[in-house]
Design a protein around this ligand. Structure first.
Ligand SMILES: O=C(O)CCC(=O)C(=O)O
Ligand SMILES: [Fe+2]
Length: 327
């Protein structure tokens, strides 16, 4: 019996032979591509030219000297792994409607058409901070709050610097990034018996302003750059920051909300932690390329598109007509 078959913590579908899964499988066969060196930035001494340039060309940076205690990351990874290693049925029943929600097969609340070979814990930071969640999640809650405080600090530091390049005034610099509206996820990418037929997470752009990723040493993250997929190799102790759709809007498309995906794990499970930061739900985003919209409207559109098409359509839906016609 192989490891995947033996693991009672896996969603049952992830243990089923491929022939039982999907009557009309998509013939997605991809090979791991070449590797991309992500520009490395020291958060304590930000090279602003490199930062601005990377946001335009790649939409991705790697951070070192970010001030997150290694021990905090380690403990959070270990606890997320422990929780996700519990029996599938208990994850489903015990993490259904509290501040920490279990999901599998699709990243959290999105009902995608294709099975994504992943599972995880989804946490909205405001819910986590409510006193009601205290007793429920104990240690995980405390670690996640501490970790998200660091993520919020990093996001704010970066955004305040980017605001210079984006010519944002003080009011918009404050309003376009709301640290209190963060979202945190711990992902486990289970071993996939047929990794050339599935993705750990399908190709997408993030709906955030900024996303901060922390991964273990397994690898599998890829980004689309100049129409080709590149591997992003894990570098211990660093964080990856990718730009989301909303900063692309704020920047009038000068910045790139980078398309990325995660390969299905072959020999070993992969764990990662993702932190996503947004404006408040009702803050109106202005841009010369997109019609004004709020995060609430953007999310509603994403959900509607997924219902209709099975996948996220994203920013295209908000482009001003003129901009679409002139392309
Ligand atoms: O697990 C990863 O490295 C990427 C996760 C991701 O792209 C996301 O959560 O949007
Ligand atoms: Fe993502």
């Amino acid at each position: 019996m192989d490891q995947a078959t033996a693991d009672l913590s896996y969603p049952p579908l992830f243990l089923t032979p491929r022939s039982h899964l999907d009557p009309t499988p998509q013939p997605t066969t991809f090979q791991p591509g070449p590797t991309l060196q992500v520009p490395l930035l020291d958060l304590q001494r930000l090279d602003t030219d490199l930062l601005f340039q990377s946001c335009k060309t790649l939409g991705l940076i790697r951070l070192t000297n970010h001030g997150v205690p290694p021990d905090l990351s380690d403990r959070l990874f270990a606890l997320a792994k422990e929780i996700l290693s519990r029996p599938f049925e208990s994850k489903v029943s015990e993490l259904a409607d509290g501040a920490v929600k279990y999901f599998w097969g699709t990243p959290a609340t999105l009902n995608l058409k294709e099975i994504n070979w992943l599972e995880g814990l989804h946490v909205s930071v405001p819910a986590l901070s409510s006193p009601a969640s205290e007793a429920e999640f104990g240690e995980f809650r405390n670690l996640a709050i501490e970790y998200c405080d660091h993520m919020a600090r990093i996001a704010r530091t970066l955004f305040n610097t980017l605001a210079i390049d984006l010519n944002l005034d003080e009011e918009h610099t404050a309003a376009y990034l709301s640290e209190s509206n963060g979202m945190f996820r711990a992902y486990r990418y289970p071993i996939c018996p047929n990794p050339s037929s599935y993705l750990g997470m399908e190709a997408h752009t993030d709906s955030s302003v900024l996303t901060i990723l922390n991964e273990d040493d397994i690898g599998g993250l890829q980004v689309l750059h100049e129409n080709a997929w590149f591997n992003i190799m894990p570098v211990p102790g660093t964080l990856i920051v990718n730009l989301g759709d909303l900063i692309q809007v704020i920047s009038d498309d000068r910045y790139n909300s980078v398309k990325h995906r995660v390969l299905a794990s072959r020999g070993a499970e992969r764990l990662s932690l993702g932190y996503f930061v947004f404006p408040q739900e009702d803050t109106v985003l202005h841009s010369s390329i997109y019609n004004p919209f709020t995060l609430k409207e953007f999310r509603a559109q994403v959900q509607e598109d997924i219902m209709k098409t099975g996948t996220k359509v994203g920013l295209k839906q908000f482009k001003k007509e003129k901009a679409v016609l002139s392309q």
